[in-house]
Write a protein that binds this ligand. Structure first.
Ligand code: NDP
Length: 297
């Protein structure tokens, strides 16, 4: 078998175009243009690249945006004061603090200081908690984007065995919650694996749907994948590549060629899950502007 490619770039463009139309309609009906406030702490090049992609996407769909760049020495107190101001600013619909943070700042504290009604990343415990009890919430953008891919390609989730490799708060855990819990889109029997999982292959080999978000290039090889599985490779890893001008290339967590031989569907890296994450952020920001999730907020 040779897997078919899941074209995240194409599906993300469809979603962005839908958001663009919705924003036009929203503004055309006399409402304020949605606004996303971004906060960057320090000068990490990865964060700068991600923020550039997000702010360009905002411009593309007609969402206004601003980025506050703070030094990596900013204190927790000062950062929380800034976020408190943003929470109270009625002109700001969504607040995004780009992760990772410098070591002296706790991402848990910073995320919790954001008003959950403006938490368009879907990382606040209120949103994660509501997700876990299958109530409307801002859904973490990467897993939400993966569900849009399932929908677009008519990939059935219900009653399948889904295995998620990686249990982070921003990708693996919400992905596993959505796969197992959500009535409308989920209801897979779900296994979640992490660094302490013994014999990873024993789990991955039985997956009908395998989602890999470990940040480990080449972790999943063809022999670890069931024939005909749907493989979603979330990983984005830089590996040295002398043939590239930049000196590196981006690869996922799967050994692409060997996994391709076993899977029925696979997401490429780049061009798979990545563009979906950004598209779903646009969708969440529009939901925040419309107060669709928290009407009283
Ligand atoms: P984290 O480092 O926060 O989490 C990695 C998770 O993988 C942890 O739960 C860890 O286990 C687990 N893990 C690590 N090594 C192994 C292993 N050998 N076997 C099993 N589990 C393992 O990473 P993120 O979740 O933030 O990101 C994961 C990857 O996805 C990265 O490459 C990142 O760049 C990418 N990413 C891509 C996005 C996209 O839009 N495509 C968006 C966000 C992230 P433990 O919990 O035990 O530590």
């Amino acid at each position: 078998m040779s897997a078919k490619l899941i074209d995240g770039k194409k599906v993300a463009e469809l979603i962005r175009s839908q958001v663009r139309d919705d924003v036009n309609e929203w503004v055309g009906s006399g409402n304020r243009r949605p606004f996303l406030q971004v906060v960057q702490i320090g000068t990490d090049p990865g964060s700068t690249t991600y923020i550039r992609a997000k702010t360009r996407a905002c411009e593309d769909v007609g969402i206004n945006t601003g980025t506050n760049r703070l030094p990596d020495t900013v204190s927790a107190k000062e950062l929380k004061r800034i976020i408190r101001d943003y929470n109270q600013n009625d002109e700001m619909d969504g607040i995004l603090v780009q992760l990772p943070l410098p070591n002296h700042l706790s991402s848990h504290d910073v995320i919790e200081s954001i008003d959950y009604r403006k938490d368009i990343d879907g990382f606040h415990p209120m949103n994660v908690g509501r997700l876990a009890v299958d109530q409307p919430s801002y859904r973490s953008c990467t897993p939400a984007g993966i569900f849009e891919l399932f929908r677009h390609y008519s990939i059935q989730v219900k009653s399948k065995h889904a295995v998620v490799v990686g249990a982070s708060n921003i990708v693996g855990s919400p992905m596993a919650i959505m796969l197992s819990r959500e009535n409308s889109t989920g209801k897979a029997t779900t296994t979640i694996c992490h660094k302490f999982t013994r014999d990873l292959t024993q789990h991955t080999i039985s997956a009908d749907i395998l989602v890999v978000a470990a940040g480990q290039p080449g972790l999943i090889k063809g022999e670890m994948v069931k024939e005909g599985a749907v493989v979603i490779d979330v990983g984005i890893n830089r590996v040295a590549d002398e043939t590239s001008k930049k000196g590196y290339k981006l690869v996922g967590d799967c050994e692409f060629e060997s996994v391709m031989e076993k899977a029925s569907w696979i997401t490429p890296v780049p061009g798979g899950v990545g563009p979906m994450t950004v598209a779903m952020l646009m969708k969440n920001t529009l939901l925040a502007a419309k107060k669709s999730i928290y009407p009283d907020g």
